[in-house]
Write a protein that binds this ligand. Structure first.
Ligand code: 5GP
Length: 128
């Protein structure tokens, strides 16, 4: 088993740039704690990313270091985005990749919301 500490937050990651307005995004929601925007490479008809406004690398970092208000505000925003996009009737999946084995590519904590078709198995049988 690997024993590694969490990496420091990289303020030049692409989602930090989106938060600062340095890179455009197709925004669907913004409030005090969260920003939601369409994924640039959608895997399902609806594929939205929700990110906290604070500088957290991953869910590990966010769950350990964010305040209760940030955590509550973020997760309420995830639910609100799905509700306001009309996804509850058909259903949706939320997913967050963490670290290498989780397949995380962008080192700013984010939740994917997938919807718009039957998504299939919860986890692929083999690593992609
Ligand atoms: P991860 O693998 O880290 O969980 O997912 C990162 C996601 O960010 C991918 O689905 C990828 O398509 C998306 N992404 C990467 N760069 C950009 C970007 O510049 N804009 C947007 N909207 N999404 C991005």
């Amino acid at each position: 088993m690997r024993v590694t500490g969490l990496p420091p937050y990289d303020p030049n990651n692409v989602f930090a740039k989106i938060l600062r307005g340095e890179i455009p995004s197709k925004k669907v929601h913004e409030d005090e704690h969260a920003l939601a925007f369409h994924d640039i490479n959608p895997q399902t008809p609806v594929h939205v990313l929700v990110i906290p406004k604070g500088a957290y690398c991953s869910h590990a970092d966010f769950s350990a270091h964010a305040s209760d208000a940030e955590i509550a505000g973020f997760w309420r925003a995830v639910g609100k985005v799905a509700r306001e996009l009309g996804l509850e009737a058909g259903g949706y999946r939320i997913l967050s990749n963490m670290g290498e084995d989780g397949g995380q590519e962008v080192p700013h904590f984010h939740v994917h919301i997938f919807a718009g078709r039957r998504i299939g198995r919860m986890v692929p049988r083999e690593a992609g």
